[in-house]
Design a protein around this ligand. Structure first.
Ligand code: SF4
Length: 499
């Protein structure tokens, strides 16, 4: 499955649920990276304090984004880099294309970058006859398979070793093998050659330091280092939210990002790039171009709730923790950014008209908020976007709820509030509901209800279409309490609480 649309999320999710190979791969993800992350967290003294600090830095930056962006641009230019501003994806792609054409580039290498995925840079360049070679192993596998990434950090997580072996045998002509060393050896041989012949290297950016104009890129394979230093020209595509004020702030994010993303104390490589190489005999590119891209980010900045989306450091921890992502993987979201963060960023990037199902791709369990190293309140963002879907306030693009449904919903919630405000009414209400539910209860659960019931009670119909509902208990706590011998009441209460 691939190239799916966010508009068909529900159907995509159902298809993914039936894919046993995919679900096996996702189980591995949760158990390996999730467990490694837990261990890595224990190597930091004050993890919570670090998260607070990171969020404070991000909040400070976002409150004065214009000031820090200007400082970053000035300092990067002083160090020899050239800054370009891109309002949207089209402009960013056009700048890259112009730079490539001006340099008569025929061979381009590229390192893993969510920003370039977001603007569909490869598609734009391929349309002009230029195919950049992905050099991150996972991204290269995806490129060979003509697929899209399914995870922010591990793009080929949906593929099994056997599938990769078959792909390499087909595309590279090597003997089919499940020996990982042989597979990676084949990839290394081919990619080394691509590095050697490339005139331009394209990368993303993890952080841009305003104080020095430095960009930092983290990786584990060494391909970023080769992409940004071997070719004569380096083009870095950077979302404007990636800027941070001071060099010392990196200390905080370098502790948070690798631990949250892959469960490592630190990635194998950290490339700090400040402008071009200084002297001809130095290593590094002769030209560095940094494209500072907005693409909907200033829109997010404008609202106090959506603003926090810009604090994201793309670690992927919320994907690994999300019970929905763990079941359906990344492609079902039909967007570049999958998982909980994708469910909030994608609607803000491309509008709710085509993504209205995404804010509902969550159980609101809060696991994403728990693990997020910058304390983004993703459930709050999801609820905010759901409200926009219901009210149709997102640029007037979302579908308004039918008036009849709105009235019925309001009425139902008023009745509910009224019943809960009176103990007697609540008690009688549950007694009546207990009687009414009887025909639907079987083996202590309510399975899929009949079409008639689903029509009368749409929420119950929608719920039981995919899972069982729990019936109301035969006795409420109050009834149990009253049934007990008063002398035993203390024990009953204690026992109930211990349950
Ligand atoms: S929302 Fe938080 S946990 Fe999810 S990718 Fe962004 S920084 Fe990581």
């Amino acid at each position: 499955m691939n190239h799916l649309s966010a508009e068909t999320f529900d159907a995509n999710a159902r298809t993914a649920l039936a894919d046993t190979q995919l679900r096996g791969a996702l189980r591995n993800l949760a158990s390996t990276i999730g467990e490694r992350r837990k261990v890595a967290l224990t190597t930091v003294d004050d993890w919570e304090g670090l998260r607070e600090r990171a969020r404070a830095i991000k909040d400070e930056t976002l409150a004065h984004l214009d000031k820090y962006l200007e400082a970053f641009a000035d300092n990067a230019e002083r160090a020899g880099a050239q800054i370009h501003w891109a309002h949207d994806a089209g402009e960013a792609c056009a700048i890259v294309l112009r730079l490539l054409r001006e340099r008569n580039a025929t061979h381009v290498v590229k390192s893993k970058s969510m920003a370039t995925e977001e603007i569909h840079l490869n598609t734009a360049l391929e349309a002009e006859g230029l195919t950049p070679v992905e050099t991150d192993l996972g991204e290269w596998i995806i490129q060979l398979a003509k697929e899209t990434p399914s995870h922010i950090v591990v793009p080929a997580i949906h593929k099994s070793k056997r599938q990769i072996a078959e792909l390499f045998a087909e595309k590279l002509g090597i003997e089919p093998t499940d020996d990982v060393a042989v597979l990676t050896g084949a990839a290394r041989r081919i990619l080394r050659q691509r590095f050697a012949e490339a005139q331009v290297g394209i990368s993303g950016v993890n952080f841009g330091v305003a104080e020095t104009g430095t960009i930092l890129i983290l990786e584990n394979e060494g391909n970023v280092r080769l992409t940004t230093s071997l070719p004569k020209t380096h083009i870095a595509v950077m979302g404007i939210e990636k800027v941070i004020p001071r060099f010392t702030d990196l200390d905080v994010f370098l502790k948070l990002l690798p631990r949250s993303g892959t469960g490592q104390s630190l990635t194998a490589y950290q490339s700090l790039i400040t402008g071009t190489k200084r002297r001809p005999e130095d290593e590094g590119p002769e030209e560095v171009h940094i494209i500072l891209m907005d693409n909907g980010r200033t829109r997010m900045l404008g609202h106090p709730v959506t603003r926090q989306s810009l604090a994201c450091i793309r670690c992927g921890a919320c994907l690994n923790a999300c019970p929905v992502y763990q079941q359906i993987g990344g492609h079902a979201y039909g967007s570049v950014y999958p998982g909980p963060i994708g469910a909030v960023i994608t609607p803000q990037l491309i509008g709710l008209a085509k993504t209205a199902q995404l804010p509902y791709a969550s159980s609101l369990c809060g696991a994403c908020r728990e693990v997020c190293p910058v304390k983004i309140d993703i459930p709050q963002l999801l609820l905010h976007l759901r409200a926009e879907v219901v009210e149709g306030t997102a640029n007037g693009t979302a579908q308004k709820l039918p008036v009849k449904r709105k009235i019925v919903e309001r009425l139902a919630f008023r009745l509910y509030a009224f019943a809960w405000s009176s103990p007697r009414l609540y008690e009688w209400g549950t007694r009546i509901a207990r009687v009414l539910q009887r025909p639907a209860v079987s083996d202590g659960r309510i399975g899929k209800v009949s079409t008639l019931v689903a029509k009368v009670m749409p929420p119950l119909g929608a719920w039981t279409a995919w899972r069982d509902a729990r019936p109301i208990a035969p006795l409420s706590f109050r009834e149990l309490w009253r049934e007990q011998d008063p002398r035993d009441n203390r024990n009953v209460a204690t026992g109930m609480m211990e349950d």
